[in-house]
Design a protein around this ligand. Structure first.
Ligand code: FES
Length: 135
């Protein structure tokens, strides 16, 4: 991400969380940004405000998912692109499933990183798993 901005109508902790988040994700890939965790970066928060950093991270994750869905639809490469966070194609996932006998999305993520970022590709990976005939 070369740039990150936010618009928020909320308390000061939420605005501070969103501001910090923009600093944390600038310069990162979407995969890296999707797993940014603000816990420990905002000092001591009242228990009643602990949800604010999570709300900011959830908003970022949703934005990354929307971006990933749009990028997947606009992809014009030779192979179907499944995971835009890690640029993993359908063929690569099928090959990993077949060669390693993978059975879950988590297995696929461990094998080739697909699914390890925003998670918007999980249903697609599951479809590939479901369509794969295992001996
Ligand atoms: S598209 Fe984000 S984890 Fe696959």
């Amino acid at each position: 991400m070369s740039q990150a901005r936010f618009r928020a109508a909320g308390c000061t902790v939420l605005v501070a969380s969103a501001s910090l988040l923009t600093e944390q994700v600038t310069g990162k890939t979407t995969a890296e940004a999707a797993v940014v965790d603000l816990r420990g970066h905002l000092g001591c928060l009242e228990a009643s405000r602990e949800h604010c950093p999570k709300l900011a991270c959830d908003a970022l994750l949703e934005a990354i998912r929307e971006y990933s869905d749009a990028a997947r639809e606009e992809w014009i490469g030779d192979e179907a692109l499944i995971c835009t966070c890690f640029f993993v194609s359908e063929r690569t996932i099928e090959r990993e499933i077949a060669s390693r006998g993978l059975t879950t999305v988590a297995d696929v993520t461990r094998a080739c990183n697909a699914g390890g970022g925003c998670g918007s590709c999980h249903p697609l990976i599951q479809e590939i798993l479901d369509s794969t005939v295992t001996p």
